[in-house]
Design a protein around this ligand. Structure first.
Ligand code: OGA
Ligand code: MN
Length: 312
């Protein structure tokens, strides 16, 4: 069975078939998956009915597993290597929409990227569809590399060197959630992240945005917030967005450093169950050397000759 890639969008996202993720992946096959990950930023693997252990084994090929602290302070259904993207309580029953855990999870319907509020941010996430409602509940993804490419040159240079402060307490306050563990301020204090970053693996430069980004360091809060809102609106225009219509057994892998995503609404009386594993990045974007942020012709066009450039 040979691995096969099929683009699902003009700018990013490819479907991967011809590989069985329920058993160990040979190194040469994994190398192809990794190269596709850097090129497309999002890979969709249909028909992969993974157990939790199989999902963890595949996830670890990409780097160190991130473990999820218990942010919302409720009893959890899954072990702490997983983020529970479901509407179930710890005993597997559908949560009351007013339940605090559901209120917390509503934050996932805002455009975000995972763990940008952590000093060691996330490299990638892997989301495995276990139960899917009959309508709604899609996940949308936005390509922040193509959005960056499409910005006017003058705007690009204004953004270089800017640092945004990211905080989970801030993003969850946007949906009215205030039920955090009392120690959240000490365990997850706000962190600085570069607004623009360059990735040598793909040769691409990307915006780094999320609902967790509250303001620009050193700027008046409202001015920074307005810039973040403007860029988020720009980066999530239709031409940069892919919609994943889930089928049970789909596994989607995404690069958190150069994409954003959001869950779409669905009927909360229907079960929606997805299990997420997350891989930590090697370092914070902020602590990388300054020279990493580049805007050479190579980085703008993509050294690997990825798809068409977005319109300028
Ligand atoms: C995620 C996420 C949104 C959704 O898996 O990290 O934010 O509901 N998912 O699909
Ligand atoms: Mn998420």
């Amino acid at each position: 069975m040979a691995i096969k890639l099929a683009p699902l969008h003009p700018l990013f996202v490819a479907q991967v078939t011809g590989v069985d993720l329920t058993s160990p992946i040979p190194d040469d096959v994994f190398a192809k998956i990794e190269a596709a990950f850097h090129r497309y930023a999002i890979l969709v693997f249909p028909g992969q009915p993974l157990t939790d252990d199989q999902q963890i084994d595949f996830t670890k090929r990409f780097g160190p597993l991130e473990t999820a602290p218990n942010y919302a302070g409720a009893a959890l259904r899954l072990r702490n290597e997983f983020t529970d993207i479901s509407n179930l309580d710890h005993e597997g029953r559908i949560l009351d929409p007013k339940d605090r855990l559901n209120q917390y999870n509503l934050g996932n319907q805002l455009w975000h990227t995972d763990s940008s509020f952590k000093a060691r941010r996330a490299k990638c996430s892997l989301l495995s569809a276990r139960e899917i409602p009959p309508v709604g509940g899609e996940t949308q993804y936005a390509d922040m590399r193509s959005a960056y490419d499409a910005l006017p040159e003058e705007r690009k240079s204004q953004l270089h060197g800017l640092v945004a402060e990211h905080s989970i307490a801030y993003s969850r306050s946007l949906t009215g959630f205030d039920g955090f563990n009392s120690d959240i301020a000490t365990t997850l204090p706000p962190v600085p992240q570069r607004l623009v970053d360059y990735y040598p693996e793909s040769g691409r430069t990307s915006l780094y945005l999320a609902s967790h980004a509250s303001h620009i360091v050193g700027w008046p809060v409202e001015e920074g917030r307005a810039l973040l809102e403007e860029l988020t609106a720009f980066a999530t225009q239709e031409q940069f967005v892919y919609t994943q219509n889930w089928k049970v057994g789909d596994l989607v892998l995404w690069d958190n450093r150069c994409t954003m995503h959001r869950g779409r609404p669905y009927d909360p009386t229907q079960r929606r169950v997805l299990h997420r594993t997350t891989v930590s990045d090697i370092a914070t974007s902020f602590l990388e050397p300054e020279s990493k942020v580049g805007d050479t012709a190579d980085s703008r066009q993509g050294a690997s000759g990825i798809g068409p450039r977005a319109v300028d």
